[in-house]
Ligand binder design. Sequence first.
Ligand SMILES: NCc1[nH]cc(CCC(=O)O)c1CC(=O)O
Length: 313
Amino acid sequence: MKAHPTLLTRGSPLARRQTELVLEALCGFGHDGCCRVVHSCGDRDRMTPLSAFGGFGVFVKALEEALLAGEGDGAVHSLKDVPCDLAPGLELACHLPRGSARDLLVTADGLSLADLPPGARVGSSSLRRRAQLLRARPDLEISSLRGNVETRLRRVDEGDLDAIVLAEAGLQRLGLDRDGARPLPFITAPGQGIVVVEASPSSAWFEAFRSLDDRSTRLQALAERSFLAQVGLGCHLPLASEARWEGDRLVLTAEILSLDGVWTERESLSSAVVDDEGAVGLGRELWTRLASRPQMETLLAACRLPMEAGVRP
Ligand SMILES: NCc1[nH]cc(CCC(=O)O)c1CC(=O)O
């Protein structure tokens, strides 16, 4: 066995910072480690929509391929970016203690969502954030936003956009917190604020990574992602799923919205979760309850329509 593990990471400042956090945690257990940057086509080309590269999960796939090719011992991801289906032979070895799961509204003058002028331009490429913004403020003009956190902040600083929505966890990890940033009351994405290490259980370093796992974060992640897995990724729809602890009860809240934010179906469920199966069961049960609502069929059909329409002549 090598003296220390190699962690694979994307090259963005946030990805590198998160990898440093994993290295610091490993160091606490007496292990050194180093990192290797994996570049993917989605990183190099900032103009082309991600869907052209294979959509959600494209960055994760590049790291998984490098991992399976033996270029490293573990891959570090933001859990929010990790699809439900991992590459065969790989598992999430650990979840670092969760950072903030909140979304922030960043404007040049510290405005809140309600203070934005009519028709203000807000940047976000996330279907969820888009729909949640439009639900609160149907007048807003939402434009897509790609690139790393610094590039996104520049769009506001240069006056190109009136506001952007970013994860508080990312800003905090980069030390880019801004006094004027306003927390949004949104239920956020499954896994937001959680850093994970993906590895092969047959790796000599798997147990070392495993020792970094934070149990309460893992149970939150399992509940949030079990809900996501139930809905399935066959249709791209605005979806939020967020678990929090109230004493020893795990409270999972999820919502599904129409793309324009006009329709929302939301439901909460709590359970005294003690193990992984309990957390997975909570996500599954919440979906069963939401799926039985009369409005759900219409919501799901509406978000499938554009894709089907795309393949018809
Ligand atoms: N898709 C980009 C992404 N993936 C994870 C984070 C933030 C960090 C986290 O959620 O842990 C971000 C940026 C953002 O949403 O502002």
